[in-house]
Design a binder for this molecule. Structure first.
Ligand code: B12
Length: 506
């Protein structure tokens, strides 16, 4: 029997060692290779191994590999992804390099044009990678041409295969956590518990929000796991790993209630405090029975995309929820002891300032309705039209966006341009070409006052006295909406160093 092809899977550094969670993309890909007996994977995680470039080169020098696979998210992961790809190309010029994940899915043309990228997998890689590994090893162009979602190079020309349907993701065996060394080092102390584990139960999302990378990745499809699989995973987390709480990375946790009930029953039995992404409409529609299970399962916090107080804008971006539902859900969460963590997109390309001010007013109203509501403020940075899923692109004509001087915004065409600071900020929803310095300052000031007045419960590191002092100091500004130049808070903050959820969060 010929030897199985081998791939080195790399997660370039994107966060601190303390914030490192299971590199789920790589674990899912390694599991898919095992399941299909198509290959074997070794994993280098740059969040844990800080010298991951040397570690990757070392692994390639030591063992035999047929390919390198790199997971790349837009924003701060791009520069280390470029660096490791270049280093590998230099040392091992014949080693095929494949990029997958959100960046190459959204910016396929830029990614495949890079001289150090040979293959790009768009969308989930569980089905594509096993086929790619075999086809690439055999240099079988006909087989490569049949892999849905693959972009590749043939005699120097880029070939872009059509996207395919999204098949079932996880299989019936546990993810190969042993490939990470001791998986216990990925457990973290969080507000959920002493040993929080990260897990993805369902994949995808059935919604088509135009601004969201998830819609671009999954094209509006989702798959829930069978209850038995979730039970097996939770049992392993609790009994073998010693985890006491779970952060569900599912793109959108609460799907149709009838499908959710068997999962909630399992979770109620395990009763491990948890966090998830959710939607206002789904939570508002839950029956009393479902809420009873949610209570027993100990849902602590739900991250809900509120986005805007503007119903028309929500409709335009195909959010599918309304501002009154945002208000209702914070009240509902309060009744059920769940903290709503709301994210907003301020400073949209049109009516930028007025929309921002309206959002600030709305946030204050929501805080009055439920003071425990946590708030994450992002700048609205629409996806380039070409990034959207092919099926969604056809439905709406592209809406051009303009910079401060009224010129159409031209998105980068190369990986290196996307790695420049202003486009990293764009990908992180931190800045956009239509913002002027005054509005930037205004947003920063509002956020400073808000987070000092209401420090997040997710912050376990700042001392209690420091948080209380900031709360008191920020009180009058917040009460009287005096957000301008909160110099005393900035100064005090330097001493206390409050955690910023939009940087250290998801
Ligand atoms: C964990 C996480 C992080 C972690 C890092 C994860 C890591 N790489 O170590 C942290 C917290 C650092 C992070 C940061 C950011 N994140 Co993040 N993050 C996530 C989250 C919650 C889970 C990722 C995950 O593990 N998914 C589970 C795995 C199984 O799925 P997957 O990653 O999609 O992998 C599959 C495919 O993408 C593909 N694939 C992936 N890699 C590869 C590689 C190869 C070779 C192949 C063939 C295929 C392939 O196959 C995989 C299996 O099917 C996702 C949301 C989500 N649920 O996915 C957001 C998400 C990926 N993040 C996102 C973003 C934007 C960010 C930020 C850049 C910006 C921000 N403000 O949030 C920040 C950076 C912040 C900063 N200033 O530093 C967006 C990406 C969308 C986009 N427009 O690009 C997401 C989708 C959240 C969202 N809904 O907006 N994030």
């Amino acid at each position: 029997m010929p030897e199985l092809p081998r791939i080195l899977l790399i997660n370039p550094t994107i966060t601190s060692r303390r914030s490192a969670r299971f590199p789920l993309a790589l674990l899912h890909l390694a599991a898919a290779l095992q399941r299909t007996a198509a290959g074997d994977a070794e994993i280098v995680d740059g969040n844990v191994d800080r010298d991951f470039i040397q570690a990757s080169l070392g692994a390639l020098a030591r063992g035999h590999f047929d390919m390198v696979g790199i997971t790349v998210m837009g924003g701060p992961q791009l520069a280390p992804s470029i660096a490791v790809s270049r280093a590998i190309r230099e040392r091992f010029p014949r080693m095929p390099i494949c990029w997958g994940g959100y960046f190459p899915t959204l910016q396929t043309e830029a990614a495949i044009a890079a001289p150090y990228v040979d293959y790009v997998v768009r969308g989930p890689g569980d089905h594509a990678l096993p086929r790619l590994l075999a086809a690439a090893r055999d240099r079988d162009a006909a087989a490569l041409a049949r892999i849905p979602g693959l972009a590749w190079k043939q005699a120097g020309e880029v070939v872009r295969n059509a996207d395919g349907a999204i098949g079932p993701a996880a299989g019936d065996t546990l993810l190969p956590y042993d490939k990470l060394g001791d998986p216990r080092r990925y457990l973290a102390r969080t507000y959920l518990g002493e040993r929080t584990v990260a897990h993805q139960a369902a994949t995808g999302c059935r919604f088509h929000c135009t601004f969201c990378g998830v819609a671009a990745m999954f094209g509006g499809t989702t798959q829930l796991p069978p209850a038995a699989r979730l039970e097996r995973d939770l049992a392993w987390f609790r009994n073998e790993l010693g985890a006491d709480s779970v952060q569900y990375f599912d793109n959108n946790f609460f799907d149709r209630e009838r499908d959710m009930l068997p999962l909630l029953e399992v979770m109620a039995r395990y009763s491990m405090p948890w966090w998830c992404f959710a939607r206002a409409d789904a939570l508002l529609d839950l029956s009393d029975h479902a809420w009873e299970l949610v209570r027993k399962s100990r849902l602590r916090m739900a991250y809900i995309g509120a986005e805007s107080p503007n119903a028309r804008m929500l409709k335009e971006i195909r959010k599918g929820t309304r501002p009154d539902q945002t208000m209702d859900v914070v009240k509902l969460c309060r009744r059920h002891g769940v903290i709503p963590e709301l994210s907003f997109m301020v400073a949209p390309p049109e009516d930028t300032e007025a929309e921002t001010e309206r959002t600030f007013d709305f946030i204050r109203a929501l805080k009055r309705a439920n003071p425990d509501t946590e708030v994450v403020v992002y700048v609205y940075t629409p996806l380039p039209d070409a990034s959207r899923h092919a099926s969604d692109r056809r439905k709406r004509p592209p809406v051009p966006v303009f910079d401060l001087d009224g010129r159409p915004v031209v998105f980068p065409t190369t990986v290196e341009e996307w790695a420049a600071p202003q486009w990293v900020d764009y990908a992180c929803h931190a800045d956009a070409p239509w913002l002027d310095e005054r509005l930037r300052r205004r947003i920063r000031d509002f956020v400073t006052v808000l987070r000092c007045r209401f420090p997040t419960v997710q912050d376990l590191h700042s001392p209690a006295w420091g948080k209380q002092a900031l709360r008191t100091l920020a009180g009058w500004r917040y009460r009287h909406a005096r957000f301008g130049h909160p110099w005393e808070l900035e100064l005090a903050n330097r001493l206390v160093r409050l955690r910023l959820p939009q940087v250290s969060g998801l």
